[in-house]
Design a protein around this ligand. Structure first.
Ligand SMILES: [Zn+2]
Ligand SMILES: [Zn+2]
Length: 334
């Protein structure tokens, strides 16, 4: 128990604050650099945009790409920004809960496996190899869990009631990745905590090692990379990684996941590695230049968007979930 408390103290007090503070700055720089790069390569040449429009393009690219009527796009972006601010009130404890659950469950499980299958002789690998093995296993098992968690969000009607908040965005920008309902995030962190803990428990037992001091910071750093990707995913830069879209997924792959068009529904659930969509047959690689409207569905755009206000964004999912419980609510989009 003491080692768990110690690991948690290290993770939060020393690593998290520094890494996350750095991440916000890095995010902004990375996002802006992506914007400048894309602007120069595509927009400036094809649409003849001027240099004076560049700052506006970076913070509000949808205004120029016109994926939605301008007023609908502006309202969607406004709600993104407000919900992003409000998120600070409830998200940090839930993030902490995910890490705590993963750590406690991981250590508990490896102890149980010791009891059930007998302890393993500790591997005699160099420290860096043990670290790599621990981080790699937790990452891959956790990401497999991410894929299924996201698939369940779309498949389980009550879970979808809350995940709809993320999909009701009609434009993508810096804040859209964090457009989530707390009642989606709560079950989500518990499920993620379980999968990450499962990865940790199995690798600790199989290698006969204890948690390396660098494992948590490395996983936090990976979380930062994830966050940066989330920002590029929620942008209008239609970047594809070519054949690598099947393995790591370019931003275009997640942008497609936000399509309001029914033939795009239930595709591209992967969060980090896109091999999961490939393996389980849910991958959709958009054709070059393929465009689509973003949002919940073609019937719930603009004035019909149930989350056109902050109040709607927080309350409508609860009403929807209540209707689902009484068996006549919005079903999943499969
Ligand atoms: Zn989704
Ligand atoms: Zn998204």
């Amino acid at each position: 128990m003491e080692s768990i408390v110690q690991a948690l103290t290290d993770a939060y007090a020393q690593t998290w604050q520094e890494v996350l503070a750095g991440a916000i700055i890095f995010d902004l720089v990375y996002f802006a650099a992506g914007g400048v790069f894309y602007f120069y390569l595509f927009e400036r040449r094809t649409n003849g945009l001027t240099l004076q429009q560049l700052p506006r393009y970076i913070v509000d690219p949808h205004l120029l790409r016109r994926t939605a009527p301008i007023e609908d796009a502006r309202q969607s972006a406004r709600i993104d920004r407000r919900s992003w601010l409000l998120r600070f009130l409830w998200a940090p404890p839930l993030t902490a809960l995910a890490t705590t659950l993963a750590l406690v469950f991981g250590v508990f499980l490896s102890g149980k496996l010791d009891g059930w299958l007998g302890p393993r002789t500790p591997v005699s690998w160099p420290e860096w190899a043990i670290l790599l093995c621990q981080v790699g296993t937790v990452f891959v098992v956790g990401d497999f869990g991410n894929y299924w968690n996201h698939r369940w969000m779309h498949r389980v009607p009550i879970y979808w009631s809350f995940h709809r908040v993320h999909h009701s965005a009609e434009t993508l920008n810096y804040f859209t990745g964090d457009r989530e309902h707390p009642l989606e995030v709560l079950p989500s962190v518990i499920i993620q905590g379980f999968w990450n803990g499962l990865g940790a428990g199995v690798v600790l037992w199989a290698t006969g090692t204890s948690l390396q001091s660098g494992t948590l910071p490395a996983l936090v750093a990976l979380g930062v990379v994830w966050h940066i990707r989330t920002i590029l995913y929620h942008s209008h830069f239609p970047l594809s990684f070519g054949p690598l879209d099947y393995i790591i997924g370019g931003p275009i792959m997640h942008q497609l996941h936000h399509s309001a068009e029914s033939h795009h529904f239930s595709r591209n659930f992967s969060v980090q590695l896109f091999i999961w969509d490939w393996i389980f047959g849910t991958i959709y690689v958009p054709a070059k230049g393929e465009t689509f409207r973003l949002g919940l569905s073609e019937e719930e755009l603009g004035k019909a968007n149930p989350h056109g206000t902050l109040k709607g964004l927080y309350l409508e999912p609860i009403q929807n979930a209540w209707r689902v419980l009484r068996c006549n609510g919005n079903r999943d989009r499969a």
